[in-house]
Design a protein around this ligand. Sequence first.
Ligand SMILES: [Fe+2]
Length: 336
Amino acid sequence: MILARTTLIFSLLISLLNAAEVRLYSERHYTADKTILAEFTEKTGIEVKVVKAGANELLARMKAEKDAPQADLYLSVDAASLERASIAGLLQKIESPDLSSRLPKGFGPKDDAWLPITMRARVIVYAKDRVKPADAPKTYAGLANPQWRGRLLIRSSTSHYNQSLLASIIASEGKGKALTWAQGVKNNLARPPQGGDRDQVRAVALGQGDLAVSNSYYLGILENSDDEKDRKARESVGVIFPNQDGRGTHVNISGAGIIKGTKNKKEALALLDFLTSPKVQAKYQKLTSEFGVIKDLEREPLQKAWGEFKPDYQSLHELADHQTEAVKLFDLVGWP
Ligand SMILES: [Fe+2]
């Protein structure tokens, strides 16, 4: 009896010690992730432990833990942050032809340092009752036009979303033009930057400005909101995917890299496989309004209503090279 119980406790302890897990450092702040990760655990038996923080904090942590990694996967909301992690030698190659073959050509890094999971586009919105669709800017450059003086809403330059947007302008148009653009946009601000992307759209609805810049999925989140005011705010704006006649709309990704030295590579790969499966990709689109990244994925009706657009995949790979410069330019023009 005692022996049987001891054996049982012993085997329980062994199974606990061997419990498959994947430890995640995540910048994502969406409730949908909790649902999706719980489904992964249910399906595979692999536990997911999540630590949430911003990019700078997580990168500092990974550097400090380089010799004894405390996480297996780094999940970021910015390609530049993933590149920074890769350049710092914190990530290992994702050696899975199966995973990379799911992506459209030209998407994802050439060196397999990380894997995109969702995509977001940085769009322009305009007040439908005050701006004619024909007059609304069709390019990011148009945001800097003096005709919008005192009418533009955009969040702080401390946001990685804006830093990557400016980095993409440096990558494709050069530093000089990027500086002029940042100055022009700053001159057009309707108020000192405050709040997140959704707050810019809400402010347009309140008449505090006529144009705003937002990530595409926030429009979906407003549209699906329980709050009627948010649904009305979304309804009051028209959406433009900029630069369609040029290099395409600035897109960024949420993606993941496998941390160098992890003991749980197999589990990390299993999670990446799950997150880029057609079913989960469709679920992201439904729950967060982000775009899935795999080929031949049908868009959500709400996304279809935005229309087809051409993404700028090219500068996506050059964001990290220009991010420091972007921050300098923002400081130079005094964009808070
Ligand atoms: Fe976000």
